[in-house]
Write a protein that binds this ligand. Sequence first.
Ligand code: ZN
Length: 290
Amino acid sequence: MELTKIGEKTYYLKNATNIGIYQIDDHHVFLIDTGNDKDTGKKVLKIVEEQGWEISGIINTHSHADHIGGNQVIQERTNCPIYSYQSERAFTEYPILEPSFLYGGFPLEELKNKFLLAKPSHTTAIEDNLPNGLEFIVLRGHSCDHIGIKTSDDVYFLGDAVISLETIQKYHLFYLCDVKELLNSLDIVEQLDGKMFIASHNEAVENIQGLVQANRAQVQDILHTILTICQTNQTFENILQKIFEHYDMHMNLNQYFLISCTLRSYLTYLCNEKQLSYYFEHNQMFYQSN
Ligand SMILES: [Zn+2]
């Protein structure tokens, strides 16, 4: 993890999940997300201490385990507040909600793994609580109450509101929980006027428009694919299997539930847009394109 300066007061640590650092004065910093796990949290603490800084607060863009994984160890060591938005606070304080949400019931033991179940930490409402120089913007869709952060250096930390090209090519159906909100958030990000944009799993870039367009195009491709599959009536499991085959994806436990949750969100969107209907026959639920 290397500390990179990208503005007068703004830095980031390039990592599997990028971590933002904002200097609020000579000796105090805020973190934006804390990475995958306890080990990452410890590394961040060491780097911050080497600079002679103290952590005054953490902001989480959202509550996924790879963004809040270092929260607990950093909060235990520094007693810093962790700012989070609306329902993301509940998932951060009670992380069992994450595998439960994905599973749609009490989760299988195997789903309580480090990718889906973080250690709990205490949160504070982000509204009206940020220090001078930091602002949040609501960018829902990837998760229920996802936010982005703008620093006084006109640097935007976008969390997972925009996904890298590598992630799109590797996972195809990148995770989301609300298609309409995600498309709306892409429109918001496309209009932002910033000096630098840092999505959590991408390089820092000066221009984000191209990546926003690639994200939007992938969502449209997935919507089209689902509607094509549902030209004949299909059960949920059939659609899921055909999606995996269409995008040449390989099923494992985490992927099954992450993609199932994402696919259900696409089906909801298409039903709301009146492009898809569902009905029951012989005690089975079917979806069909209108
Ligand atoms: Zn995420």
